[in-house]
Design a binder for this molecule. Structure first.
Ligand code: SF4
Length: 621
């Protein structure tokens, strides 16, 4: 915890702690009896003997303020805590699992919100009778749905963050993901909600006690004191001041405390947006009976087609995509934005967003034992077992791939422990070794850093360390250098090339829009255009003699110098819901002829190693 954050926390912490300490110490403090009546001294103004005066029954006001704090604080904190526990559980479950679980948890709890809060509290208190215990029950019921909504909204937001998906990809169980990854990230707003709830509960407790439905007289509470002072307001207005001051001061201090807590507990600080991590793994194949097929390559994608339901009709962002990767080989998948290259990678990982459906296709993967499976037919448990262990993934933005509330060493260790039965200490030792292996300077020290304390390049090294933690046979890198500056890009590329060399057989799919990167790192390249592979083959051959006009356009659009952005290719990419007939590239193709618009050309094998989706490829030679 940073010293600056600690200092910010100190003042409200001391104030709230002091209030609670005084309330708890009431029985041993040199105070009078809070309920002893002295009618002869009623409404006596403040004096040396009675610093805050005496109330309408001659009771010492200071004594009752201190004892009243016990009731108000106990009711408010207990109600806020009980409501928080139940509400957060409902919100987490509803936001994470959605569907029926959401209806049974969050939506059901929201029914409570249909009732006006005071009316609901009055109803419960009328049914169960007044008293502090009943008040706690009523307030807990009242506030739990609010927690549920906050937790639900935050969980929904966190649910699709990279680091949560990463934990799923690591094979972590849902309960562990909720407790270790989602909850810490939704905690700051829940802490704020806790402070608001305590403050609101104190006000409501006072209000209900004021109405005679809360704490039962003659026991003191601030609400009862305000009620008593109201009837004598004309004669002794100061009696109204003290409980109001106590109530207001405590609420302000609570809000300041929780605000400071939120800032201190969230290492991202106020200026950093959410987000976190991905890698991937498994060892559960032996527990399932996946279908075996007879394709011996490391990975072969056959005829993959993906579909998204849309208002104007379904669109297919990936159509009939076929790829293969051999052990030790790097396949670059290149194309403009919207070409479907990232979705293809996510399909292999089994991490497609829920809106994307697999229409057809097979993804054959050969594991360490030599068994080949169709990943499209594996169940969730088996895929979870593969991800992070056999197949790993590195994503584009390292800052969103690392969980901001966990130290990077812990995150790498978590990737190891998701698939290896090792102690926490051993996992940490291995994590430091991995961070050192990927070139993180002073790895032992930086393993203890939070992601925001590392540079972008260092973050990506940490992400790569987690991805290779279990020695995957296939690494999918989705534009892993795009978010980095040019110098760091070169370092990360060199690192990945070196890791592949050291691994002795790890295959890699390198998704990129940067042809310069392709030539540096890949053995083969697959060029994609709006959802289809239009050319595929060895990098040197494709670059030397491209056999598709789109590949030619891509090569010609490569900018000079350090700028890695593709310059514009003539024409625009047609929308997926309005694809042109025949060859999809025809409207932008300088070689197009009438026949090109009658039928979409198939991916044609043009020699033993290459293929193209252009019917005029011979004329391009
Ligand atoms: S098939 Fe025709 S339109 Fe399509 S890329 Fe080849 S020449 Fe161009």
């Amino acid at each position: 915890m940073a010293w600056r954050g600690t200092r910010r926390l100190a003042v409200p912490f001391l104030v709230v702690g002091g209030i609670i300490a005084v309330a708890l110490a009431a029985p041993v403090l040199p105070l009078g009896d809070p309920v002893t009546i002295d009618v002869s001294a009623r409404l006596t103004p403040p004096s040396a003997a009675h610093w805050l005066g005496q109330d309408e029954y001659g009771r010492d006001v200071l004594t009752r303020i201190v004892w009243g704090a016990r009731a108000s604080l106990a009711v408010s904190f207990l109600a806020a805590a009980i409501a928080g526990v139940f509400g957060i559980i409902l919100g987490l479950l509803g936001g994470y699992f959605r569907g029926v679980v959401e209806i049974l948890t969050v939506r059901s709890a929201e029914a409570v919100l249909c009732f006006p809060p005071l009316l609901l509290a009055l109803l419960v208190l009328t049914l169960l009778g007044p008293g502090a215990g009943t008040l706690i029950v009523a307030l807990s019921i009242l506030y739990a749905p609010t927690y549920a909504r906050v937790a639900y909204a935050e969980t929904l937001a966190a649910r699709n963050l990279d680091y949560v998906v990463a934990q799923e990809a690591l094979g972590a169980r849902s309960g562990r993901i909720l407790a270790r990854t989602v909850l810490p990230n939704v905690a700051p707003p829940l802490l704020v909600q806790f402070s608001l709830t305590v403050a609101s509960a104190m006000v409501l407790e006072s209000g209900l006690s004021f109405l005679g439905l809360g704490v039962v007289p003659p026991e003191p509470s601030w609400g009862l004191m305000i009620r008593g002072a109201r009837s004598t307001m004309d004669q002794a207005p100061w009696l109204l001041l003290w409980p109001c001051l106590a109530l207001t001061g405590t609420i302000v201090a609570l809000n300041l405390l929780c605000d400071a807590l939120r800032d201190v507990l969230d290492p991202r600080g106020r200026n950093v947006t959410a987000n976190p991590f991905r890698a991937l793994t498994g060892n559960l194949l032996s527990r399932t009976s996946p279908p075996q097929v007879s394709k011996p390559e490391l990975l072969r994608v056959d005829g993959l087609t993906l579909e998204i339901a849309a208002e104007g009709g379904a669109i297919r962002p990936v159509r009939d995509v076929s790829l293969s990767v051999a052990p030790g080989e790097t396949l670059a998948v290149v194309g403009e934005s919207g070409s479907g290259k990232t979705l293809t990678g996510l399909a292999v990982m089994g991490l497609l967003p829920p809106v994307v459906e697999i229409v057809s296709g097979e993804v054959h993967y050969t594991d360490r034992t030599g068994h080949t499976y169709d990943l499209m037919r594996l169940d969730d448990a088996a895929m979870r077992g593969l991800r992070g262990d056999e197949i790993a993934m590195v994503f584009q933005d390292p800052s969103s791939s690392l969980n901001p509330v966990h130290r990077v060493g812990d995150q790498v260790a978590e990737a190891i422990r998701a698939h290896r039965n090792v102690s926490a200490a051993e996992a940490w030792r291995q994590a430091v070794g991995l961070l050192d292996q990927v070139g993180l300077p002073d790895a032992a020290r930086r393993a203890r850093a939070f992601p925001h304390e590392l540079s972008g390049g260092q973050q990506q090294r940490a992400v790569i360390a987690a991805a290779i933690a279990n020695g995957p046979r296939l690494l999918i890198a989705d534009e892993p250098t795009t978010a980095l500056d040019v110098t760091i890009q070169a370092q990360i590329l060199a690192l990945m090339a070196g890791l592949k060399h050291q691994s002795g057989g790890m295959g890699m799919i390198f998704v990129t829009h940067n042809l310069a990167v392709v030539s540096e790192i890949a053995d083969r390249v697959a060029v994609m255009y709006i959802g289809e592979v239009v050319e595929e083959g060895p990098v040197d051959q494709v670059f030397a003699t491209p056999r598709h006009p789109y590949t030619i356009a891509l090569i010609e659009s490569v900018p000079e110098g350090d700028d890695d952005r593709l310059s514009a290719i003539p024409g625009t990419v047609p929308p997926l819901h309005d694809l042109p007939p025949g060859c999809r590239f025809a409207p932008r193709c300088g070689f197009a002829e009438a026949a090109c618009t009658t039928a979409d050309p198939p991916l044609e094998r043009i020699d033993g190693k290459r293929s193209t989706r252009c019917r005029r490829w011979r004329e391009l030679a």
